[in-house]
Design a protein around this ligand. Structure first.
Ligand SMILES: C[S@@+](CC[C@H](N)C(=O)[O-])C[C@H]1O[C@@H](n2cnc3c(N)ncnc32)[C@H](O)[C@@H]1O
Length: 278
């Protein structure tokens, strides 16, 4: 698929239009004041990955992010994880994302929680990063590489923008031994923009690119339990006014059901990994 057409399909998948206004309306419906927002008011809508904020906090801990570091959040979406990193680890974070609407809305939400001096947004592709060599102390990739076919180029770019001994922190979906996964899923309505690699293939590729593995944790069972709890809550209360369906549409419950089914059938797994650049 030609690179331009491919990136247009991916950003079209994540673009719904009028997202900022819909999130502000969702916040009001959830009883929040959009003019006096706390960071955690945004959590139901700005953590676009399995496991929510607890998974983000766990990866911060695993990656050893520290005060004063400059972190690149590749495919950082609305910047939810980036704001948590800035807040909890006292880092500055640059979010790079292919979807222009996510960058614009992310910057608006960041301003509303008073963090624009610590979290900035840059529209662009992870395959051709607009950054200098060695610019970052750490690179963060949380559910952001599933749409990228060219993983060799992605990891080369991550290696290039990291300083020597800088860290790569990943929380990602991997292909399980049984294929294919069930569609639609939150990152793709059909296989055309979904490119998962196996855990072993990914670890080998990262080693060949110049990364030393520090930690690799299989999160499959944890996420299955989280999804079970979420499904029972949803069955009881219906979808909340502020949730990921605002980002991805009314198919979200079906998408998340397919993720749960694919995890249970060994078609999909979720990992957290930490690597050091050689
Ligand atoms: C499921 S969302 C995750 C967002 C965020 N990491 C989070 O956890 O809240 C996937 C994100 O990856 C971005 N993305 C996909 N392909 C990309 C690419 N080639 N370069 C930059 N961002 C990309 C999408 O635009 C989307 O914002």
């Amino acid at each position: 698929m030609a690179a331009k057409h491919y990136s247009q399909s991916v950003s079209a998948h994540y673009t719904s239009g009028n997202l900022g206004a819909r999130i502000l309306a969702g916040l009001r419906a959830a009883g929040k004041d959009p003019d006096a927002l706390a960071l955690d008011d945004l959590t139901p809508v700005d953590q676009f990955h399995l496991g929510g904020k607890p998974a983000t906090l766990e990866l911060i801990q695993r990656a050893g992010l520290e005060s004063g570091m400059h972190v690149l959040d590749v495919g950082g979406g609305l910047g939810g994880p980036a704001r948590v990193i800035a807040d909890h680890a006292d880092c500055t974070v640059t979010v790079l994302d292919l979807s222009e609407e996510f960058c614009q809305v992310g910057a608006m939400l960041t301003e509303r929680v008073g963090m624009s001096d610590r979290v900035i947004f840059q529209h662009g592709s992870a395959l051709d990063m607009p950054f200098a060599d060695g610019e970052f102390d750490a690179v963060w990739a949380q559910h952001s590489t599933m749409n990228i076919a060219e993983k060799e180029q992605l990891y080369r770019e991550i290696h290039r923008v990291l300083r020597p001994r800088g860290r790569l922190a990943m929380h990602e979906n991997m292909a399980g031994p049984v294929q294919p996964i069930h569609f639609p899923v939150p990152w793709a309505r059909d296989p055309a923009i979904s490119f998962l690699r196996s855990s072993e293939g990914t670890r080998k590729l990262l080693a060949a690119t110049g990364f030393r593995e520090i930690e690799w944790a299989d999160e499959r069972e944890t996420i299955i339990a989280v999804l079970r709890r979420q499904a029972s809550l949803m069955a009881l209360n219906g979808p909340p006014p502020l949730g990921i369906q605002l980002l991805i549409g009314t198919q979200f419950p079906e998408m998340i059901g397919n993720v749960a089914r694919s995890l249970q059938e060994d078609r999909l797994t979720i990992i957290q990994g930490v690597f050091e650049r050689n």
